[in-house]
Design a protein around this ligand. Structure first.
Ligand code: CAA
Length: 257
């Protein structure tokens, strides 16, 4: 499939998507979101893919939703078209997605990174929700996800002032899992993704589902969910293989079933 605004590659069991609108710092217009949705659906359906890396350029992961596309919209336009709601599909993919963020991750760019399963940041990364400076607020989950990730004080300050957070602050605040030198970002993300893709696919998918449940429910319900899924894992071949390999002191050879 050919795309206009993204570059899609596969490397073994890892899918790689690069946002590619350099002239607009990867601003997320409707074409890009549609193409990204299709590419990620393709990876979800491809049994040969175990993990996906989503990245941008050295200068920008993404500088937000496309302001030029939004500028003249009216309330009925946004409401009737259910504007931005299509973005939610990106956050509902079933396979693990690692965001590799260098440069600006602003507005919808920060929100897109937070829809991924974790963020690996280059030391050049800058995160922010500057929408208030445009006379709006985050509209793709930013007020909710950022608050859950970094707490109310930082989220409120960032959303009310538009202040950017650099990579080390983002790591301290728990927004990103790790910071690596910019030159190593994509290689490191691909390595981590290959490691995940080498695990049992159904077990990795169930693990993602279970961790994400922590953001949707109470502790008691979340633990009940975890327990049911944990028990279900004993119906997989990969549980037998993983534990047998440990006992036999060899590497497991998962069959993804
Ligand atoms: N939408 C559309 N175009 C954008 C854009 C965006 N979000 N961000 C950058 N661009 C375009 C610029 O208009 C410029 O295009 P032209 O050359 O045609 O003028 C090009 O990308 C390069 O940008 P700059 O010249 O501004 O580059 P810079 O290095 O001087 O500044 C920046 C970089 C600080 C990121 C600046 O571009 C900027 O502030 N961008 C907007 C960030 C923003 O406000 N994001 C939030 C968008 S709203 C949103 O995301 C809503 C939501 O929650 C879903």
């Amino acid at each position: 499939m050919s795309y206009e605004t993204i570059i899609v590659e596969t490397h073994g069991r890892v899918g790689l998507v690069r946002l590619n609108r350099p002239q607009a710092l990867n601003a997320l217009n409707s074409t890009l979101i549609g193409e990204l949705d299709r590419a990620l659906d393709g990876f979800d359906k491809d049994a040969g893919i175990g993990c996906v890396v989503l990245t941008g350029s050295e200068k920008a992961f993404a500088a937000g939703a496309d302001i030029k596309e939004m500028q003249s919209l009216s309330f009925p336009d946004t409401y009737l078209d259910d504007f931005i709601t299509s973005w939610d599909r990106i956050g509902h993919k079933r396979k693990p997605i690692v965001a590799a963020v260098a440069g600006f991750a602003l507005g919808g760019g920060c929100e897109l990174a937070m829809m991924c399963d974790f963020i690996l940041a280059a030391d050049t990364a800058k995160f922010g929700q500057p929408e208030i400076k445009l006379g709006v607020m985050p509209g793709a989950g930013g007020t909710q996800r950022l608050t859950r990730f970094v707490g109310k004080a930082k989220a409120m300050e960032m959303c009310l002032t538009g202040r950017m957070m650099d990579a080390s602050e983002a790591e301290r605040a728990g927004l990103v899992s790790r910071v690596v030198p910019a030159a190593e970002l994509v290689d490191e993300a691909m390595k981590v993704a290959a490691q995940i893709a080498g695990m049992s696919l159904p077990i990795a998918m169930m693990t993602k589902e279970s961790v994400n449940r922590a953001y949707e429910t109470t502790l008691a319900e979340g633990i009940r969910f975890e327990r049911r899924v944990f028990h279900a894992m004993f119906a997989t071949r990969d549980q037998k293989e993983g534990m047998t390999a440990f006992v036999e002191k060899r590497k497991p050879d998962f069959s993804h079933g």
